[in-house]
Design a protein around this ligand. Sequence first.
Ligand SMILES: [Zn+2]
Length: 267
Amino acid sequence: MNFKQQLAVVEGLGVPPDTQIRMDCPFCQNKNTFTVTTTSNSIGWYCFHASCSAKGKKNGEKTMEYVNVSFKKEDIKLQEEFKLPDSFKIVHSNDKALQYLHENNCWEACMWGRADIKYDVKQDRVVFLVENPNTNKYAGAIGRGLNSKVYPKWYMYGNKDIPFKCGECKDAVIVEDCASACAVSNILTGIAIMGTSLKESHKKYLEPYETLYVALDRDATRKSYIIASELTSAGFKNVKVKVLHEYDLKYYGTPEIEKMFYGGKDE
Ligand SMILES: [Zn+2]
């Protein structure tokens, strides 16, 4: 099937905007191998089955209709509880998952219960559960693929509007991924925005902190400054960029993190 034919089938599924869902593939009919991801103005699809080539993405114009629908949807979505799939197992059940946690300084956060981490046996991912701070219920999860064939590398289950948070410290640091948020969590509250840009929906989760650092991965320092200025314009008075000179935060242990943020002179 060519792109146009696939697009017609996928659009026919009626997936609402700002959604990521998994389902049986309409092309190869395999069970639960098909994902559709939509934003307010794009639709993308992908089948994980090795024998299936269904894949594509279409960006469209942002229509008012779509904008209205997605705004109304947001409130409803935020209240929804994410039910953990049966494929989420305890993280100790998989050696690669444990190795990932050790190599990326997440082990301590997991052991101390600062992060709720599982292993998804179906997708071969180490999974960080995202809690809704308003309801204290699970809102979604973020999974990191554990082998190179798992696509995409990071996958978001359920709600995507609430950032992953780890730790309960007075200062917070905005980081790119869950592993970095865990790595800092003994010293600072780590908040992972899953990428290098801040969503409007993230801002309300950034309010309760004394100092808000922005420390994206080393190759995204320019983006850190963009986020800091966005936050400052949005009324945050406590924002600082932390430039990482050598490695991403997930490669540092607790003593190094402490020294980096509180041990030396400010950037
Ligand atoms: Zn398929």
